[in-house]
Design a protein around this ligand. Structure first.
Ligand code: SF4
Ligand code: SF4
Length: 421
C-alpha cells in the first residue's frame, strides 16, 4: 500500500498482527518481517499497547481529524473484538477530535459481522485484488496455494451490501502489467469506484542478506550512493542487480498507467476515482499530494508494529530505522526526531541531477527512495528504477492534465474534459 501522508500533521499506520497473513503473495515485502522476531513470538497487539497507541496518537495530532490506518499482514486475523476495543478507546480519548479509520485488508475474512461493524463505525476499507481470477491468482494464493479470488469477491460483496466505502488496491507486477484494460474494466465491473495501482519493485537479496533469511534486498540506505548501478545492469537474470521475478518492468508500468488513463479520461472522470491520477492532478493544480511517494519529502508517516515499536516507514522496517516504542514515547516527538527528520529530508537532498533538472519533478520528486538504485545515463547514482516508466506516463498525461487543471481552476467540472476526447 502506498503510504498516505497526512496533509495536516503526522500519520501512523498500525499492524496489529505484524506480518501475519492468511495469504502468501509472492511479491509481499512484509511477510519476511516475521523473521525479525524470535521463534514462537506472539504476533498480536496486546491491550496495553493498543491503549497507549490510541491515547498517545490522538494526543499528538494537532488537527481536527485523527486518521487511524490498520494494516498488516492481514489485520482482520486479530478478530473483530480487537477493533471493537480500539473504537471504544478512540471514543474515550478523542477529546473533541473526529476519528477516521481505514482498514487495509485482503478481504477474504470479511463476513456480515465485519460488514455491520465497518459500516457502523464508518471505516474506509481498502481491498487488495490484482484483476480477474487468472491474473489475481498468479501472485495472491492462500497458504495452501489455492485461489483467493472467490473469497475476495465475497468479501467485497459483503462490504457493498452493508454500504461500506471501499477502494481496491491493485499491485502491478510482471504478471499483470500487460493487461491494463482487462484489469481496469474488471474492477469497474465488480463495483470498484476508488482504485489505486501500486508497482512491485524489489531486488533479490545479496548473499549476506539471504544468509539472514531475507528474500528481498534491503532498500538503499538513504544518501549512500554505492548501491546504485547503471540502468542497463538491472536485469531479471544476471548480476550485478537482480530484480525479483515479480518486479514490474519500468517502461511497461508507464504503458500500463497510460492505457488506463486513456480509458478513464474518455469515459470515467468523476465516476471512477483512480488515486494515481488524483495524485498527479493535485500536482498539476499546484496542490500538495497525499501520496508520500510523490511528496518532496517524507517521514511524517510512521509504522506502529504489534509490539508497539515505531519505525520510519513501511518499507524501512529494519532495526536501524526503529524510532522508539509507543508504550513509552510520544509519537509526535519520534516523527520529529533528528533521525526521522534526516530520513524524510534525504528524499529531497539525495536527488540526482536528472531529477533536479526534470520537467516532471513537480509531480514525481524522484518517487520513493526505496526504488532509487540505478544510475543516470551519465553515471550518477540514486536514480529511481521506475524513472523511464514515470517519464513516459507524465509525458502522456500532460495535455489532458493541463486541460483538467484549467477546468478546475476556472471552477468548472473536471468531467468536462471527457467532451474533449
Ligand atoms: S521511504 Fe518515504 S516515500 Fe518511500 S514509502 Fe517510505 S515514506 Fe513513502
Ligand atoms: S521522472 Fe525520473 S528524472 Fe523525473 S523526477 Fe521522476 S525519477 Fe526523477
Amino acid at each position: 500500500m502506498t503510504s498516505t501522508t497526512s496533509l495536516t500533521g503526522i500519520h501512523l499506520m498500525a499492524k496489529p498482527v505484524g506480518a501475519l497473513c492468511n495469504l502468501d503473495c509472492g511479491y509481499c515485502f512484509y511477510l519476511e518481517k516475521e523473521s525479525q522476531y524470535p521463534a514462537r513470538h506472539r504476533f498480536r497487539m496486546q491491550d496495553d499497547v493498543l491503549e497507549a497507541y490510541v491515547r498517545r496518537y490522538i494526543a499528538s495530532v494537532h488537527a481536527p481529524v485523527v486518521e487511524f490506518t490498520w494494516q498488516g499482514g492481514e489485520p482482520t486475523l486479530i478478530g473483530l473484538d480487537f477493533f471493537e476495543r480500539a473504537v471504544a478507546l478512540q471514543r474515550l480519548h478523542a477529546g473533541g477530535k473526529r476519528i477516521a479509520n481505514t482498514l487495509q485488508t485482503n478481504g477474504t475474512l470479511i463476513d456480515d459481522r465485519w460488514g455491520e461493524f465497518l459500516a457502523r463505525e464508518k471505516f474506509l476499507v481498502g481491498v487488495s485484488l490484482d484483476g480477474p481470477r487468472e491474473l489475481n491468482d498468479v501472485a495472491r494464493p492462500d497458504k495452501q496455494g489455492r485461489s483467493s479470488y472467490d473469497d475476495v469477491l465475497r468479501g467485497m460483496a459483503v462490504l457493498a451490501s452493508h454500504g461500506v466505502d471501499f477502494n481496491v488496491l491493485v499491485t502491478v507486477s510482471s504478471a499483470n502489467v500487460d493487461h491494463p484494460l482487462e484489469i481496469y474494466r474488471h474492477l469497474k465491473a465488480v463495483g470498484a469506484q476508488f482504485i489505486q495501482f501500486n508497482p512491485v519493485v524489489e531486488r533479490e537479496p545479496v548473499a549476506a542478506e539471504a544468509a539472514i533469511g531475507l528474500h528481498f534486498a534491503v532498500p538503499p540506505s538513504l544518501g549512500k550512493a554505492s548501491l546504485s548501478v547503471p540502468a542497463r545492469a538491472v536485469t531479471n537474470d544476471a548480476a550485478p542487480v537482480r530484480v525479483t521475478p515479480h518486479t514490474v518492468p519500468s517502461v511497461a508500468y508507464g504503458d500500463f498507467l497510460n492505457a488506463v488513463f486513456d480509458e478513464w479520461v474518455r469515459a470515467d472522470v468523476g465516476t471512477v476515482h483512480v488515486m494515481n491520477f488524483e495524485w498527479a492532478l493535485a500536482s498539476w493544480c499546484q496542490l500538495p499530494t497525499s501520496a508520500c511517494i510523490f511528496s518532496p519529502r517524507c517521514g511524517k508517516a510512521g509504522i506502529v508494529e504489534h509490539d508497539g515499536s515505531v519505525y520510519s516507514c513501511d518499507h524501512f522496517m529494519y532495526p536501524e530505522y526503529k524510532l522508539g516504542n509507543i508504550a513509552t514515547d510520544d509519537p509526535a516527538r519520534l516523527l520529529d526526531s533528528p533521525a526521522q527528520r534526516a530520513f524524510g529530508a534525504a528524499k529531497e537532498t539525495t536527488l540526482p541531477g536528472d531529477c533536479l533538472r526534470c520537467d516532471f519533478r513537480f509531480a514525481c520528486n524522484g518517487e520513493c527512495p526505496k526504488n532509487r538504485f540505478i544510475e543516470t545515463a551519465d553515471g550518477e547514482p540514486g536514480l529511481n528504477y521506475l524513472c523511464a516508466g514515470y517519464k513516459k506516463y507524465f509525458n502522456h498525461i500532460t495535455p489532458a492534465m493541463n486541460r483538467i487543471a484549467a477546468l478546475v481552476s476556472a471552477g468548472r467540472s473536471a468531467a468536462e474534459v471527457m467532451r474533449q476526447h
